[in-house]
Write a protein that binds this ligand. Structure first.
Ligand code: SAM
Length: 300
């Protein structure tokens, strides 16, 4: 959705833009291409490998690019090193990159047999092994049910507990075997994707970090600047939608019918009344784009 991102994010060619999820640097490069020589890009990623590879890709832009290995929940703190207080726009393209899933041996994918890890930031203590081997059954059910939206959550959590009694679940292959034994071959891929996604969301505390980051973005973006978010999960999209709704509201409803609603000054105006989704061509070319939803808001 590069074209749609640029259309919704860029309001000036000499602005300072933040790509809060740098990944391979594709969006960052497209943004830089549209800016003039005064325009700058600050790229964040929690994964130091993403910072390294995007750094290679963007090195031709010299000092117009600053890359910071930081979680986007600390957006404002990340901007203190480059000495920036206000930015013209912030982009979030959530989740993991194809590189992290397919090549980086980070234990995100059920398609390869790797150490069960799933940390975007390798210096954090909690990893997928800890979640799968130490969380109690009830918590595992909740994670698989709510973050994975998987209807066999109870049976899968039970099966994990059963295997755990005999041996530690250390690899993505072992976890995949447990899930497959419950769901059978017919729903195999969908259930595996849901369970792996659920554990990844827990390991990286993705929903809470998104909420914090959106608040920081609202405070950091200049007047008429934009916040653009591409999400791939209904819970993420709900957080974005709700945050934009709250920040664009002109009243806070009163709890009592005799007390009038409180008037407030909204900080945002919602640009996309409905989420923008990828074109049929993009969906056909890139299966991962199928669940993408893009929302944009403007600072008032
Ligand atoms: C879908 S990829 C972004 C791809 C990128 N737009 C591109 O054009 O290549 C998401 C990236 O965001 C990073 N990420 C996810 N959550 C993060 C967080 N809380 N803080 C910083 N980076 C995060 C991941 O490490 C990953 O590299």
């Amino acid at each position: 959705m590069v074209r749609e991102v640029l259309e919704h994010l860029l309001t000036r060619t000499d602005g300072v833009y933040v790509d809060a999820t740098l990944g391979g640097g594709g969006h960052a490069e497209a943004i830089l291409e549209r800016l003039d020589k005064n325009g700058k890009l600050i790229g964040l990623d929690a994964d130091v490998d993403a910072i390294k590879s995007a750094g290679e890709r963007l090195k031709g832009y010299g000092d117009r690019v600053t890359l910071v290995n930081e979680n986007f929940k600390n957006l404002r703190a990340a901007l203190t090193a480059p000495g920036v207080k206000e930015v013209s726009g912030v982009l979030f393209d959530l989740g993991v990159s194809s590189f992290q899933l397919d090549e980086a041996s980070k234990g995100f994918s059920f398609r390869a047999d790797e150490r069960l890890d799933m940390r975007m930031n390798r210096s954090q203590a909690l990893d997928a092994q800890a979640v799968v081997n130490t969380y109690d059954e009830q918590r595992l059910i909740e994670i698989i049910k709510f973050y994975g939206e998987e209807r066999n959550a109870k049976r899968i959590a039970r099966a994990i507990m059963h295997v755990r009694e005999k041996q530690k679940i250390e690899t993505t292959g072992q976890l995949a075997d447990v899930v497959e034994a419950v769901t059978g071959n017919r729903f195999r891929t969908k259930s595996l994707a849901r369970v792996f996604q659920a554990i990844r969301i827990e390991v990286n505390n993705e929903l809470e970090h998104l909420q914090q980051a959106l608040l920081e973005a609202v405070e950091t973006v200049e007047r008429n600047g934009r916040i653009v978010v591409i999400s791939y999960h209904s819970l993420e999209d709900r957080i974005v939608k709700q945050m934009f709704k709250t920040e664009s509201a002109t009243t806070i409803p009163s709890a009592h019918k005799l007390v009038p609603d409180t008037r407030v000054s909204p900080r945002l105006s919602v640009v996309t009344k409905k989420p923008v989704v990828p074109t049929d061509i993009e969906q056909a070319e890139n299966p991962r784009a199928r669940s993408a939803k893009m929302r944009a808001a403007e600072k008032l």
